[in-house]
Design a protein around this ligand. Sequence first.
Ligand SMILES: Nc1ncnc2c1ncn2[C@@H]1O[C@H](COP(=O)(O)OP(=O)(O)O)[C@@H](O)[C@H]1O
Ligand SMILES: [Mg+2]
Length: 290
Amino acid sequence: MTILKVKELKHQYPDGTSALKGVNIDVFQGEFIAILGANGSGKTTLLKHLNGLLQPESGSIFLDNRELSKYKPSEVFKKIGMVFQDPNDQLIVPTVEEDIAFGPTNLHLSQKEIARRVEKALDLVQMREFAKKAIHTLSYGQSKRICIAGILAMEPDVLLLDEPTSGLDPSGVKTVMKILRDLNKKQGITIILATNSVDHVPVFMDRVLIMDKGKVFQAGTPEQVFTDSKTLAEVKLELPQIAQLMEILRDKDKLPINSLPLTIGHARQELVKLVNAGSEVFISPECSTH
Ligand SMILES: Nc1ncnc2c1ncn2[C@@H]1O[C@H](COP(=O)(O)OP(=O)(O)O)[C@@H](O)[C@H]1O
Ligand SMILES: [Mg+2]
């Protein structure tokens, strides 16, 4: 079922910059989509349209088959939550607990329901013991997780995240990606995540949309879009590192690799297969002497 539909979306900023030049997307319920693109390709501008923070110059956006502009802003914020790139744009009240309660409080829910949501959101981002902490004492990675919790407390159907792993250390990246995968798989939340780091895309996401200069350059499964480094270089992107290695082994060293592995797991399988096939060739003359 299509939850969000974007048709011929165009956007021009007041200074005349054409940031979106006719974007078309269908997002299906329960998907985990990556919006990939170099800096300035239009990812943030697109996300901001999807929860009504920016208005289209032309084109339209449908949420559950109804035009987004027909919803009240409060209805949109309830259904679609956006986690901004910079936590400082999002965290506004002094403590973790109060910050997460901010959205639900504005929904005029009962104190009991607000407390339940805050607790659940903290559990989902694995930050329960931080409830009473002051926001300014959190590490960058922790504040990112609190931003996510603040949006989860609104219990949205769709979660938009603008480069949620930028600026995090490797373990922080893994934690956030695993939290997002659980939210998608266990809670059924549709996730659209803008990023310019390719390595995690094939591991976590169902579908990729590559943006370039305000347009969708390519869309498909990771296997469909990560086919060769030349095409990606056209839009200032690279293959995931492991795929770069496998591409070199295939093209320069002429190893018989059919479809390009995109993850360490797949590359490992392929290499073990090749080594085993190679050792068979190697040992076969010996075997024939028996
Ligand atoms: N507030 C703004 N005013 C004018 N131009 C902007 C503004 N925000 C973004 N842009 C421009 O719009 C284009 C798309 O930007 P953005 O959506 O932020 O891309 P991305 O998130 O992929 O880096 C860029 O050329 C950027 O310079
Ligand atoms: Mg951006």
